[in-house]
Ligand binder design. Sequence first.
Ligand SMILES: [Zn+2]
Length: 329
Amino acid sequence: MVDSPVEAGHFQRYIFEACDVRHELIFTGFEDVDLSALVHDIPRIVEAAQSIFQSPLPYTRYVFLVHGQVQSGGGLEHRNSASIMFDPFMLHDPEKYSRILGLFAHEYFHLWNVKRLRPTYLGPFDYQHEVYTPLLWVLEGWTDYYAWILLARSGVVESGRVLDYFAEAFRQLDLIPARHQQSLTQSSFDTWIKLYRPDGNTPNNTISYYHKGALVALALDLSLRRATGGRESLDSVLRVLWTSYGDQGYPDTAVDSALVQIGGPFMRQLLDQWVYGTEDIPDDVFDTVGLKLLREFKNLSQKVPYTGIVAEQSAAHSVVIKHVLKGSP
Ligand SMILES: [Zn+2]
């Protein structure tokens, strides 16, 4: 029941077939809103995801339960459905619309990565206790990476916008001192006491396995393509895992082993640097695909002095210092 949400009341239903399977889009709270773009784009994302695994969709019916809520947003994956919430006003802004599609793609991709393709102890799920895993960088980080890759592959978002998203993610990571202190596996394991309990020191001692996990997925994907002359990619790793373990759960070592199986022993070195260690992803990972990561100020005249102070306006209209970054003046 926890994994099978129910919707009751007045809603709009759109049914579509993708990869020979019935899908439903259930919209609540979208009266008088033009949903034609979403109804057009979501089937393409489904098809792009299925083509990664090159096997039939592992369900007979999938339902997107979509709620319109002003100034709110988020999503939750289920085995055969996803709960998705966003502000209907975002549909009118191309940049925000691509983030809505990214949210759909993220929750949808979880039907493999997390709900079926998962460490053994994540299913059947223990809802009574905190469950610890060093693999959230794969379960959430790779899902975030593939969400944006699916948008580009399906053509629903132009690839330039997807590259902008990753460039911005690199910029954000550069601003987090904890990237040299906490590894991805530590961040995954400590999520119950760190990421989900943020405080003033969070940017100094905690990285997000969503954020860096997605960038490491990108770097691993490019490294696999380079190591195999473009024959293999992170898709191949997912297919190896899916073929080997399917819905049965895998041991914690399975992801590393699949990476080495596809990319060779060199992948262990990359894992030690980027996943078990805290080294930065080198800029030259982009060389093989003709891209360059540039670190520069876009508009020098608007360059604000760096203080390392992160402030925000409080509800009482006073300014509150949220963080003081480690190593700042
Ligand atoms: Zn997720």
